[in-house]
Design a protein. Sequence first.
Length: 394
Amino acid sequence: MGKQIITDPETGEKHCRCFKRCGGCQLDEPYAAQLTRKQQKAERMLSEFAPVRPIIAMKNPYHYRCKVQNLYAADGRGRILSGIYQSNSRRMTAVDDCMLEDIHAAPVVSTLKKLMHDLRIPPFDLRTGTGILRHTLIRTSPATGQIMLVLVTSSALLPAKNRLIGALRKAHPELTTIVQNICPDGIPLTLGPRSITLFGDGYIEDLICGCRFRISPASFYQVNPEQTEKLYACAVDAAGIADRDVVIDAYCGTGTIGILCAKRGADAAGVELNRAACRDAAENARLNGLTNIRFCNDDAGRFMRRMAAEKEHCDVLMMDPPRAGASAEFLRSAAKLRPDRIVYVSCGIETLQRDLVQLCKSGYRAEFVQPVDMFPHTTGIENVVLLKRKAGRP
Ligand code: SAH
């Protein structure tokens, strides 16, 4: 295969030859044009609520993804290929180099392919339902240098396990942990319920905004560390946390946003549905020496309904739901709880717009919208919106 990524010698902009085949990128245009496109979309969809600030861009919008997933397949000659899904399909496209991924991932994948061949570890074949390795997940932390490799297998069986781990560690001393995750059936690229740590601690740690965060294989964690620092700083600043403010961090993942608020003196509570992430969150509070934050492993809507029913006091609601946005129950309960400020961090602009309509109807006014470019070369836009409760409403 020829060189896949081409760099324009004048502008330094990169262009990938796989663009048409691969589902990883959606925008094949200069970065400045991407930013304009995203700014315009944010303004079109959100300026009815509040002024939209200029998008926060990346300095160097390449190799930012610290979460890298790869599929594997064998070609007719038994050679192992790796790649990712084509857009909207279950077909794999072979990719050897990617301008979005952290540069530490590809060499590990390349070694793994060779070892799969030498040690006869067949890739899992979706059509026949046979084979062993479904996919891999690599998470890296540029801040701590830690790297986790998760081998997702179709059953507990992993032939030549010790030789595989030994050879991977020898070729890549930068790997700090290797985990086997067993995913007997499943939606592509998901993890199964059982993980076995084959080497190291079974998680990595990252540093963001001066705090330390443990990330387990199944926990959600932002994929772009440079932009995450800016996103979190914007969200926490917007919240204007004062000492002893009562803060709820809804959809808290590994507890990052809530922990940053607790660090500023808030009495915080986080709620998260994923058990592994919630466990990480509690551990992260401990890692950062905080006793003024607790976490609840629950559905955020149910948690908010309980808080509202118990007439709990809340000054600031930080919310960062998945792309589907918040549930109707969540929004209804948030309105009843009546926090003074709501900071909505969103990765789905359509659902953000929908939820803002609801929040504005229930007595809130948006103060500003801050787009942050978390995902260059894709159509994704992240936004932070500060909402304040209007005076005089019951
Ligand atoms: N604020 C975190 C996580 C944001 S992603 C961060 O910045 O890292 C959204 C999170 O919401 C994920 O961790 C996901 O597991 C969680 N989630 C999804 N549906 C949920 C629900 N109904 N109730 C609570 N948490 C949920």
